[in-house]
Design a protein around this ligand. Structure first.
Ligand SMILES: Cc1cc2nc3c(=O)[nH]c(=O)nc-3n(C[C@H](O)[C@H](O)[C@H](O)COP(=O)(O)OP(=O)(O)OC[C@H]3O[C@@H](n4cnc5c(N)ncnc54)[C@H](O)[C@@H]3O)c2cc1C
Ligand code: FES
Length: 267
């Protein structure tokens, strides 16, 4: 992890994209300049913890980074912290800590790559798609509903990404019906390629199996409950695949992750 900043950042925009899902843009020049796709920030959602806001900061992936000093977060309202975030008016400042953790390593991505996202796991994958530039890649996105498909298309079209899009949704209305790992498995059989993925744990576990079967490597971005975000409290520990004889070995999602090679994780 490189330099970490704690800054009061002005909210430039906080827009509802669909029921319960928001896009927040903030002015955060130091963080934007230092961050890499797959890294995250911790957001203090309540400026007054004793007056109802949560004491602990909440982790969010960097959804977009730009050279003019802005960052974006794509977030779903889950509980108290994200509910407060949803009500933040542009112009207000939020305390942001970051960039944190280990992001995606796409330095070797010279051949074909597959980017795989499920649901709100889309957030860091858009930053990665953007950073990969003209490297050859396909973007697999699994949505629950057709509305989520619309939101995805609107977000990806704001980027210069030109790779092929492969879309699925559970309702099958505007995309192929089913899970995104279905077409991913077919693509891996036809043309094995390295994988980058973020989404629900079950999806990532399936991605790990598909990668192993295809003989390719997968980098997966994990979530965990976090308190400090800095590697100190161990609240975000996940078990590693290669336990020692003396017992299981753990990694901190906030510090060794959130991006891991799939074979590093005990699924
Ligand atoms: C590295 C990292 C990156 C993340 N990036 C994003 C992102 O880009 N966009 C985004 O929307 N979220 C992201 N999350 C998840 C986000 O941090 C949580 O949704 C948020 O902390 C919830 O805070 P809250 O105060 O609203 O909910 P809380 O009040 O803390 O929780 C309410 C309830 O929901 C449960 N809960 C908490 N988090 C989740 C979850 N993720 N899924 C299901 N149940 C949950 C809690 O156990 C509790 O029961 C990320 C998490 C990590 C670790
Ligand atoms: S959140 Fe404290 S060690 Fe990861």
């Amino acid at each position: 992890m490189g330099d970490v900043f704690i800054k009061n950042c002005q909210v430039l925009e906080n827009r509802q994209l669909m029921e319960g899902t928001y896009l927040m843009r903030l002015r955060a020049p130091e963080i934007a300049a230092a961050a890499k796709p797959g890294q995250f920030v911790m957001v203090r959602t309540g400026s007054e913890p004793l007056e109802g806001g949560p004491l602990l900061r909440r982790p969010f992936s960097l959804h977009r980074l730009n050279s003019s000093g802005e960052i974006s977060l794509l977030y779903r309202v889950i509980g108290v912290g994200t509910r407060i975030m949803g009500g933040v008016e542009p112009g207000r400042e939020l305390e942001i800590m970051g960039p944190l953790g280990r992001g995606f390593d796409f330095s070797e991505a010279k051949e074909q790559s597959y980017l795989v996202a499920g649901g709100i796991g889309l957030a860091p994958m858009i930053a990665l798609a953007e950073a990969m530039g003209d490297r050859k890649s396909k973007f697999f996105y699994g949505a629950r509903t057709s509305k989520e498909v619309d939101v995805f298309l609107a977000l990806i079209r704001q980027t210069p990404y030109e790779g092929e899009l492969v879309l699925t949704s559970e309702d099958g209305l505007k995309a192929a019906k089913g899970m995104v790992t279905g077409p991913l498995a077919v693509a891996l059989e036809e043309e094995p390629a390295q994988l980058f993925a973020c989404g629900p744990r079950l999806m990532l576990a399936r991605v790990a199996v598909l990668a192993r079967e295809a003989g390719v490597r997968a980098q997966v971005s994990l979530e965990a409950n976090m308190a400090c975000g800095l590697g100190a409290c161990l609240s975000c520990a996940v078990e590693r695949a290669s336990g020692e004889e003396s017992g299981p070995v753990y990694s901190r999602v906030c510090f060794e992750g959130p991006v891991f090679f799939a074979e590093e994780v005990r699924w």
